[in-house]
Design a protein around this ligand. Structure first.
Ligand SMILES: O=C(O)CCC(=O)C(=O)O
Ligand SMILES: [Fe+2]
Length: 198
């Protein structure tokens, strides 16, 4: 068995102008399905609106924000909820897998194939020069799309139940990422993006 057979190995994904690594299955104290069910049930999910070109829209997904400090995301000022016991245990697993600390997490819930996230970079100043973002997925597999800001190269990754994607280095500066809508009927997915806010 080599390194690449180990589902808990953080495997680098070759990419220009940034750093990406994927772990197929983050080791957690409970089965993925149990974590998913608890997150679904315990989270005070909100349907936030967002202003795009002066027009208010509902975001096509549900969100919740936890952490130590408030944060501005896509022009939205978010006051964090206090960490729960479950999220602290998940954070500990993510931190030990990545060897990095995180002081906030954004939860995204994609209810079906029509929920999505537009192409964006997580490059707010409070994330620092080279943001480190750990993205943990549960439930239905969705396609994660990366598009280079200048040469428009694209890369698609399937983010499966239990997988952990680590974005770092110059990735946010040079690439956009998002989750496309799907024409197929899809089940629910929950994604947690752990961040460090300076
Ligand atoms: O759901 C995902 O995999 C992406 C989430 C994301 O990009 C974000 O929260 O900024
Ligand atoms: Fe993002």
């Amino acid at each position: 068995m080599d390194l690449f057979d180990n589902p808990a190995a953080l495997v680098p994904i070759p990419i220009d102008d940034g750093a990406l690594a994927l772990m197929r299955q983050l080791p957690l104290p409970w089965p993925n399905a149990e974590v998913f069910a608890r997150l679904l049930d315990e989270t005070p999910w909100r349907e936030e609106s967002i202003v795009v070109y002066g027009k208010r829209h509902l975001q096509p997904r549900l969100t919740a924000w936890y952490g130590d400090a408030s944060y501005t995301y896509s022009g939205l000022r978010l006051e964090p909820l206090p960490w729960t016991e479950l999220l602290l245990l998940i954070r500990a697993a993510v931190e030990s897998a990545c060897g990095r600390r995180f002081n906030s997490v954004l939860l995204n819930r994609y209810r079906n194939g029509r929920d999505s996230m537009g192409m964006h970079s997580d490059d707010e100043p409070e994330l620092g020069e080279e943001p480190v973002i750990a993205s943990l997925s549960f439930g239905t597999t969705r396609g994660f799309v990366l598009r280079h800001k200048r040469n428009k190269h694209t890369l698609k990754l399937d983010l499966d139940d239990g997988s952990l994607l680590l974005m770092s280095g110059q990735l946010q500066r040079n690439w956009l990422h998002g989750i496309n809508k799907s024409a197929r009927p899809l089940g629910e997915r929950i994604n947690l993006t752990f961040r460090y806010i300076v």
